[in-house]
Ligand binder design. Structure first.
Ligand SMILES: NC(=O)c1ccc[n+]([C@@H]2O[C@H](COP(=O)([O-])OP(=O)(O)OC[C@H]3O[C@@H](n4cnc5c(N)ncnc54)[C@H](OP(=O)(O)O)[C@@H]3O)[C@@H](O)[C@H]2O)c1
Length: 380
């Protein structure tokens, strides 16, 4: 079932990693069983998307292909096997694509085709083209309908009054939500988040607070830490958020973390540049007996883990890649209920909105504005 679509549409094309993207007019994708066609309205950009496409971050993608990221779009066609989604639905198009016959095989649409021959096979054919385009064909299960009236409606009509691009913040929130939920963060927990001054780290602070935890935000940049602290202290109270600098001196860091008492959870979301940073060791050493650490960072090589305290304190260390379907559905419920804020109340805003043709300015600005809350988007 599909609305009548134009024969052609505009899409960005990545011919080879390391070559500039190119705007192309190409046939509009057609609907097939198991897929939806989405008119892409707003597509997200990572702080490191430029590094992926220019080859400096060694992610792999099939080429040529349409790059992309999680997006907000409107369904314009659904496969005959769809039972819920309908043309007209406003959806989050989730970038996490999973194999249908083995959901442990997964990759990120338009970002990375994953580490295994199976994930590369998954992304190399049916789903190779992502969302930096006017229209995208995506797996049905990657489309999550949202309550448009509630989210975008005016407060006088019972709506939350968000702008369309405010919804893009859910794509950022989902990553830390996946990690925090994986270690069962709950009301009353004390959670160390580090580094907290980046895009996902800043969102982790907000999510942990919305889940009822208290937060110790760690980072190198004192100014950004203080901005985060004062912003969220106004909403959740001064007692709920503290900050500790990353000094790269384990003793200092452990002493500073210890001032707030032992922590229940440590959440790491380091970029590769933070390889070797002491915060991982310091935060693990600051966990209480039976504490939990969740590692979502992309450090290069192996991490040094203080195995003595890990063993004696019965600590759990687990990794987490992205999140599952349940987390997406639950996060949407949290946002629709008003428990988890978007927009100004989340400290999140769009600082640049570009048509596809201005992809280079968009990718550059996303690097410049990396950090909590600021968002650059493509509007195909
Ligand atoms: N597991 C998953 O599913 C998953 C999903 C998405 C992303 N990730 C990982 O998360 C990383 C962060 O992404 P992002 O978008 O939040 O990046 P971002 O906005 O660029 O933030 C990077 C953060 O790292 C800090 N940092 C940089 N160099 C550091 C160093 N040498 N020592 C300590 N801290 C340092 C920055 O702090 P300053 O303010 O001090 O520079 C900032 O807080 C990605 O690079 C990726 O590897 C993992």
């Amino acid at each position: 079932m599909a609305h009548s679509l134009p024969e052609t549409h505009q899409a960005l094309v990545l011919d080879t990693i390391g070559q500039p993207l190119r705007l192309e007019t190409r046939p509009t994708p057609t609907v097939t069983p198991g897929s939806a066609i989405v008119r892409v309205l707003v597509a997200g950009i990572l702080s490191y998307s430029r590094d992926i496409y220019d080859g400096s971050r060694k992610y792999e993608l099939p080429t040529p292909s349409v790059p992309g990221c999680t997006a907000i779009g409107r369904i314009v066609g659904v496969g005959v096997d769809s039972t819920k989604l309908q043309p007209g639905d406003l959806v989050i198009v989730d970038a996490v694509v999973r194999s249908r016959d083995d959901p442990t095989t997964a990759a990120l649409s338009g970002i990375s085709d994953g580490p295994t021959p199976a994930s590369k096979r998954l992304m190399g054919s049916e789903w190779r083209d992502s969302t930096y385009a006017e229209y995208a064909r995506v797996p049905l299960e990657n489309c999550f309908a949202v309550d448009e009236r509630r989210l975008l409606g005016s407060p006088s009509d019972g709506g939350l009054g968000y702008a369309l691009d405010d919804l893009m913040y859910m794509a950022v929130q989902l990553v830390p939500y996946g990690g925090l939920r994986a270690v069962g963060v709950g009301a009353g927990d004390r959670v160390i988040i580090s580094p907290a001054t980046g895009s996902f780290g800043g969102a982790a602070v907000q999510i942990a607070l919305a889940m009822g935890a208290s937060v110790i935000a760690m980072g190198r940049n004192g100014e950004v830490l203080e901005r985060l602290r004062s912003f969220f202290a106004r909403q959740y109270g001064e007692d709920r958020i503290q900050t500790v600098p990353i000094t790269n001196d384990v003793q200092d860091e452990v002493a500073a973390l210890g001032r707030f008492g032992p922590a229940d959870v440590f959440f790491d979301v380091s970029p590769p540049q933070a390889t070797g940073s002491t915060h991982v060791k310091s935060a693990i050493l600051s966990l209480r007996h039976s504490g939990r650490a969740v590692l979502m960072g992309g450090q290069k090589g192996d991490l040094a883990i203080p195995t003595g305290p890990v063993m004696r304190r019965n600590l759990t260390i687990r990794g987490q890649w992205m999140y599952g379907r349940d987390e997406v559905l639950q996060l949407i419920r949290m946002v629709e209920s008003g428990v988890l804020k978007l927009g100004r109340e989340a400290g999140s805003r769009t600082v640049g909105s570009f048509p596809l043709a201005q992809w280079q300015q968009a990718l550059d600005l996303a690097v410049e504005r990396a950090g909590p809350g600021d968002r650059v988007v493509l509007v195909p």
